[in-house]
Design a protein. Structure first.
Length: 311
């Protein structure tokens, strides 16, 4: 249990450090200064000073599932209609060097969502552990530029061994269940609150699943004025908390944990795929399963919804 807990903390810290590059826990979007037009004192002025600096960064050693999570972010924050300049600047300045898995855990289910232990989607460079070191594979142009170093030895002789590692790890996951009907099944269960209460009975609404998830991107916006000046902040939020949808009137459209769990699972496996060409908003890393203090399992919920629809 101590090893499990320590490893969980490691991945939690890694996820926090990686995400803070793109969505800081408390990030300054811009400062603003209010004043008056010197030529027309009756006319107010507003100066916006954006905070768009992004320091070049290499994220080294994350798992492929973690990097894949940013594919979910990209469609939201880099959409054609409302692109987010803060996210785009950080994305461009960051290179992801991921490490293919050589072992799997019983909480891993990346193969359920179209991924795998050596998935290159979202990565710029992929490392694969082999005898005596790692093979290094450039995935993107940014990754290829990073690998121009003369310090790297020729790894052609290790390619076959690296492929064997990838194959063995993928086979260790076994066969994935068919969840192609999950979007429709979850939507069909939308108004069945008896079903969702049964799924959420164990949940204690701690929010650990959302803060550890590589594909969660909820935030809130607040202004901090100081006289005529101030700043606008974006900070992390979580849909599993009661206050997330609490309205100023006191009404809350998601008043119970059953409503909130329904939204979380439904978003990842139904609403998002419907909007984004079938792409599931879950990378199958299993962090939410592994770190939940009461063993709520998102895989079980999805399968229960599919079974309910079939019944």
């Amino acid at each position: 249990r101590d090893c499990h807990y320590a490893e969980g903390n490691f991945y939690a810290r890694r996820r926090l450090e990686v995400l803070k590059r793109f969505l800081p826990i408390l990030g300054i979007l811009f400062h603003y200064e209010q004043g008056k037009d010197p030529e027309d004192p009756g006319k107010p002025t507003l100066k916006i000073i954006p905070n768009l600096e992004a320091e070049p960064t290499v994220v080294f050693g994350s798992k492929p599932c973690g990097a894949r999570g940013f594919l979910i972010f990209d469609r939201v924050y880099q959409g054609q209609k409302y692109p987010d300049p803060y996210y785009a600047a950080a994305r461009e300045a960051t290179v992801f060097v991921t490490m293919a898995c050589d072992t799997v855990e019983n909480t891993c289910f990346c193969h359920w969502v179209g991924s795998g232990p050596a998935d290159t989607a979202g990565s710029d460079v992929l490392l694969t552990p082999v005898e005596g070191g790692y093979t290094v594979e450039a995935v993107s142009e940014k990754g290829a530029a990073l690998l121009e170093s003369p310090q790297l030895a020729d790894g052609a002789g290790k390619v076959e061994e690296a492929e064997a590692v990838k194959t063995r790890t993928r086979e260790a996951l076994g066969d994935a269940p068919d969840i192609k009907d999950a979007p429709a099944a979850l939507l069909a269960a939308f108004d069945d609150m008896d079903f969702w209460r049964a799924q959420s009975d164990k949940c204690i609404s701690c929010g650990a699943c959302t803060y550890l998830c590589p594909t969660c991107y909820c935030f809130t916006i607040t202004d901090e004025p100081t006289g005529m000046n101030g700043r606008r902040l974006r900070s992390w939020d979580a849909c599993m908390h009661y206050q997330f949808t609490l309205e100023a009137s006191g009404h809350n459209p998601r008043p119970t944990k059953a409503h909130r769990l329904k939204n979380r699972v439904g978003h990842k496996f139904s609403y998002y795929p419907t909007l984004h060409e079938g792409l599931i908003a879950c990378c199958g890393c299993g962090r939410c399963v592994k770190s939940c203090p009461v063993s709520v399992d998102i895989r079980e919920i999805v399968q229960n919804a599919v079974a309910r629809a079939k019944a």
